[in-house]
Design a protein. Structure first.
Length: 138
């Protein structure tokens, strides 16, 4: 049995093949979630890269519950900018789509399953944190 994390492995392969995959992720994200483009219109590529690096760190964590405090802080901050809960799903899905395309024929059911499980677990934590942030703002 392998101890290699398929999400980490696929991200590494995508980075090797694409280099900086910030531009294609945000292009995909803005296409998948048009409201986010206007919301992020003041954010330059450098900040986008930093934000994506944080998203990748979250995706690399197999147990997102350990990031609960960080996620609560971030969702509260993002809510003050008008970020909607659905935007998180769209961003994570956009990262996955870009990685899947970068891997091409190397993308497998193992990758697909690992990504789905990781995104679902992360979204569960994010949505709980976002709900708590909404309640605290009322």
């Amino acid at each position: 049995m392998s101890n290699v994390d398929p999400v980490a492995s696929s991200l590494e392969i995508a980075a090797e093949r694409l280099g900086d995959f910030t531009p294609p992720v945000y292009e995909r994200y803005f296409a998948n979630c048009p409201g986010s483009k206007q919301l992020m219109s003041h954010i330059d590529r450098y900040v986008q890269g930093r934000m994506l690096a944080e998203v990748v760190e979250l995706l690399l964590e197999p147990n997102p519950a350990v990031m609960r405090g960080y996620l609560q802080f971030e969702t509260r901050t993002h809510a003050s900018y008008g970020v909607e809960a659905t935007m998180y799903r769209n961003l994570l899905s956009s990262v996955r789509e870009v990685v899947r395309e970068a891997l091409g024929e190397a993308w497998s059911e193992t990758y697909d399953h690992a990504w789905q499980v990781r995104i679902d677990a992360l979204l569960e934590e994010i949505l709980a944190a976002a709900a708590a942030a909404e309640e605290s703002m009322v």
